[in-house]
Design a protein. Structure first.
Length: 409
C-alpha cells in the first residue's frame, strides 16, 4: 500500500523508527488501509487476509506489547490459541483428560463461528477494551486500525464496518478479547456449581457439567450429561455470541458422542476399546484423515516432474514439510500414520527419479540413488517419518505459567 517492504528499510531503520515515534507522539499517525490477499481453502472457499503496511505493523506490535499483559491477567485458562506458552497440544490434552471414561465428559458440542474475524462488532469490542484500558491514545489507535479499510486485489476500496482483518499483528489479541465472552460464560457456569464435592453431588443428581476448550475461534464444549444437555447449547451459545455480533455456523456445528469421534485442530479424537486391556475403553488421538490428505497433497505437488532441478533441492523441500507435520502430530497415536506417510513419500521420490532418468534400469537407479534403500544426495538425506519417536503430551491444566507471572515472581 505504501510501497515500502520491510526488507527494504535496511540501514535506514533508525530514521524510519524515529519518524514513526514522532508521528505517534504528536498523534499524527493515521493507519493505512490493509492490502487484501485471498488464500484458497481446501473447501473451495477463500480466506481473506489483510496485510498492513510496514509502519502499521510496527505500531500494532507496540500496541500488542502494551495490551497483552493487561488482558492476559483476565483471560481464562480454557483458551489456548495465540497465547504465550500455550499451544494446540494443550487443548488436545485437555480434551483427552476430560473425555477419559473415568471423568465421563461423553457428549461433545463441536462448534464453528461464521466468519469470526470479519463479523466482530466494533462497538462491543471497544467496550470490552475500555474496561481495562483508559489511555485515550491507545484506544484511538485501536479504533483507527479497526476502521482503516481494505484495498482489494482488484484495487477497490471498502470500509471495515465490522471485524478485524486477519493478517494483522494485533488481530489475534482483539479476537481473543471478543471471544473471551465465551470463556467467561462457561467459567461462571462452572463456578456456580460450587466446590468439587458439590459439583460431584450435583452431577450424580443429574445436573450437567460443561467445560469449554477454545483455540482462537475454534472451540468445543465437553458435556458431562446427556445429549439433550448438549443440544441446549445451540440457543445458549447463540445468545452469548450475539453480544459480539457473531453467530454459529449451522452447517459445521454439531453434537456428537465421544464414541463417534470428532476432528479438532487436525486431530481425530475418539473413544475406543483399550488395546491390550479387554473390557476397558480409552481415548485415542490420531492425525485426522483431512490432515493426512493435506500433507500427502503437498508431497505430491513437490514431487511433480520438473518441479525441482536436483534431488537435493527436492529432499530439502520435502523434509521441511514432513518435519513440521510430524513434529505437530508426534504426541498422539501416530505411528501407523507416520509409517504410511513414509511409504508414500519414498515411492513418490522413487517415481520422480525414474522419470528424471528414463535411460537407467531399476538396478542401476537403486545402486546410484538408494544406498541401503535410503534416499540421499550427498549430505542431504530424506527425512523418515516412521523413525519419529511418539511421546504423549501431558495435560498441564491451569498450571501453564505466563511470562509476566514468572517475572513478577
Amino acid at each position: 500500500m505504501d510501497g515500502v517492504a520491510p526488507c527494504s528499510i535496511g540501514s535506514g531503520v533508525g530514521t524510519f523508527l524515529g519518524g514513526l515515534q514522532e508521528a505517534l507522539r504528536s498523534r499524527k499517525h493515521v493507519p493505512t488501509s490493509v492490502r487484501e490477499k485471498e488464500i484458497p481453502k481446501t473447501t473451495g472457499k477463500v480466506r481473506r487476509l489483510g496485510i498492513p503496511t510496514a509502519a502499521d505493523r510496527v505500531v500494532q506490535a507496540s500496541l500488542k506489547l502494551v495490551m497483552e499483559p493487561i488482558f492476559e491477567a483476565d483471560f481464562k485458562p480454557c483458551s489456548y490459541g495465540f497465547r504465550p506458552n500455550r499451544r494446540a497440544q494443550d487443548a488436545i490434552a485437555e480434551i483427552h483428560y476430560l473425555a477419559t471414561p473415568t471423568r465421563k465428559y461423553e457428549w461433545v458440542f463441536e462448534a464453528d463461528i461464521t466468519a469470526c474475524f470479519d463479523e466482530i462488532n466494533h462497538s462491543a469490542l471497544m467496550e470490552r477494551v475500555r474496561r481495562r484500558i483508559g489511555d485515550k491514545r491507545i484506544l484511538g489507535l485501536v479504533k483507527a486500525f479497526l476502521t482503516a479499510g481494505i484495498m482489494s486485489e482488484g484495487g477497490l476500496y471498502r470500509d471495515t464496518i465490522t471485524g478485524t482483518p486477519q493478517g494483522g499483528i494485533l488481530s489475534p489479541l482483539l479476537a481473543h478479547i471478543a471471544l473471551s465472552v465465551l470463556d467467561e460464560h462457561f467459567t461462571d457456569k462452572w463456578e456456580a456449581l460450587g466446590p468439587e464435592w458439590a459439583r460431584v453431588k450435583r452431577r450424580r443428581s443429574g445436573t450437567p457439567v460443561m467445560r469449554l476448550i477454545r483455540y482462537a475461534d475454534d472451540f468445543v464444549v465437553m458435556v458431562g450429561g446427556t445429549r439433550a444437555d448438549a443440544e441446549t447449547l445451540w440457543g445458549e451459545l447463540a445468545t452469548v455470541l450475539a453480544t459480539m455480533g457473531l453467530c454459529l455456523s449451522t452447517e459445521k456445528t454439531r453434537v456428537c458422542h465421544i464414541d463417534e469421534g470428532f476432528d479438532f485442530l487436525g486431530w481425530h479424537i475418539e473413544c475406543q476399546p483399550w488395546h491390550g486391556r479387554p473390557g476397558k475403553r480409552a481415548i485415542y488421538t490420531y492425525p485426522s484423515k483431512k490432515a493426512l490428505r493435506s500433507v500427502m497433497e503437498k508431497v505430491r505437488r513437490l514431487t511433480r516432474r520438473n518441479k525441482h532441478r536436483t534431488l537435493a533441492d527436492l529432499l530439502r523441500a520435502v523434509n521441511r514439510t514432513l518435519q513440521g507435520w510430524c513434529e505437530y502430530f508426534r504426541h498422539g497415536v501416530s505411528a501407523r500414520t507416520f509409517s504410511y506417510l513414509d511409504h508414500f513419500t519414498w515411492w513418490r521420490i522413487y517415481g520422480w527419479l525414474r522419470k528424471r532418468h528414463d535411460g537407467l534400469n531399476r538396478g542401476t537407479l537403486v545402486r546410484r540413488f538408494f544406498p541401503n534403500w535410503e534416499i540421499r544426495d550427498g549430505r542431504v538425506e530424506l527425512f523418515r517419518p516412521e523413525q519419529v519417536p511418539i511421546n504423549r503430551y501431558r495435560y498441564r491444566g491451569a498450571r501453564i505459567p505466563t511470562p509476566w507471572a514468572s517475572q513478577a515472581a
